[in-house]
Write a protein that binds this ligand. Structure first.
Ligand code: SF4
Length: 348
């Protein structure tokens, strides 16, 4: 079931049947003296398909640095606040697109009210971020952890409702796949609030992608989830790429590149691993929808490459490039990068 409500995060609409947006989180402290590098990296993330970027804001100085960056960045930037409501208030002095709060650790209700009031005045939405690892004290030891997470989220929503603030999203994160599915299904069956979904603290690259895929594909297939973050102990670019692939696997993907590449075996005369590693980041940034095949030998190579929009395959001591189902060029393996670059430019 799709969330019926939507929120506007700068120019991005989340919920209300709009395409599921992709977000990631900045992983280091921002260097106030080097915001141009941050902007450059944000541009790269945007090219990969990232719609929204969140920053931890641990103190007032970090709020000011993020504020300066938000004034320059085209991508909507989100401030993630724990413990100190004054940091959220300071963030709201800048063009921050969204605030993420864990009201459970902000403390007294009047502090939450102050933030809500200021966000309301500025038209900035708030994500209520409930995390299985930081539940309110009275819910911490309940045997049904999924029910406890949902209860925590519903309590916070009730507070925002009482304050007349509807511009909210909710996330209920757990590090367990079944719990992630259960909490989001339970909440979505009772509320129309847009949902940010993902498995938190999901682990390193492979474990994290597997857990997020296992949790998010069934939710997305049910129409649950309006924005996703694939949390990985890895880089932001991997989180965004994984999110794209998960959306595609769930049939909720947007236009973009599909890469078909073989695992390589003893028959390979072309190193698909090295070639894919070199070219995948560039391919994911192509602004068109197409299938690219990267194959090792004649067993499956010509077949896959022929079915792709652009394909490259090893074939004995040669490498063959296919375009739109036909052989375009036959080259030596050492020419592969140069020739692929030429073909890609013509293809873009
Ligand atoms: S296409 Fe060839 S190299 Fe690649 S996995 Fe199949 S048999 Fe091995």
């Amino acid at each position: 079931m799709a969330s019926k409500r939507s929120v506007k995060v700068a120019d991005l609409i989340i919920g209300g049947g709009f395409p599921v947006s992709i977000q990631t989180m900045w992983k280091e402290p921002l260097d106030p003296a080097d915001l141009p590098s941050a902007l450059h990296r944000i541009q790269g993330l945007a090219s990969l398909g990232c719609d929204l970027l969140r920053f931890a804001v641990p103190d007032i100085g970090a709020a000011e640095t993020l504020g300066a960056l938000a004034a320059m960045a085209k991508m909507p930037l989100v401030a993630d606040i724990h413990f100190d409501w004054r940091i959220a208030l300071r963030c709201l002095d800048f063009p921050i697109a969204k605030i993420r709060l864990n009201p459970g650790n902000i403390g007294a209700r009047w502090k939450v009210e102050e933030v809500v009031k200021k966000a309301q005045g500025k038209g900035v939405p708030i994500r209520i971020g409930v995390n299985g690892g930081s539940l309110p004290e009275d819910l911490r030891d309940l045997p049904d952890r999924a029910a406890a997470i949902v209860e925590a989220a519903e309590r916070e929503c009730a507070v925002f409702d009482e304050l007349g603030f509807q511009d909210v999203l909710v996330s209920m994160k757990a590090s367990d796949v079944a719990q992630t599915i259960a909490v989001n299904r339970a909440f979505a069956s009772r509320h129309e609030v847009p949902l940010h979904i993902g498995v938190t603290e999901a682990g390193p690259l492979i474990a994290g992608v597997v857990k997020n895929t296992a949790a998010l594909v069934p939710l997305l297939a049910d129409g649950i989830g309006d924005t996703i973050r694939v949390s990985l102990s890895s880089d932001m670019e991997s989180e965004v790429t994984a999110a794209r692939e998960i959306l595609a696997a769930a049939g909720r993907g947007r236009a973009g590149i599909t890469i078909v590449s073989c695992p390589r075996c003893a028959r390979a005369s072309f190193d698909t691993h090295a070639f894919s590693a070199r070219w995948a980041p560039r391919l994911y940034c192509l602004g068109k929808t197409a299938t690219i095949a990267i194959m090792g030998c004649v067993v499956n190579g010509p077949g896959e490459a022929r079915h792709a929009d652009l394909g490259i395959t090893g074939a004995g001591d040669k490498v063959i490039i296919f375009k739109n189902g036909a052989i375009a060029r036959t080259i030596r393996p050492e020419e592969a990068d140069i020739v692929f670059e030429e073909e890609l430019r013509a293809f873009e």
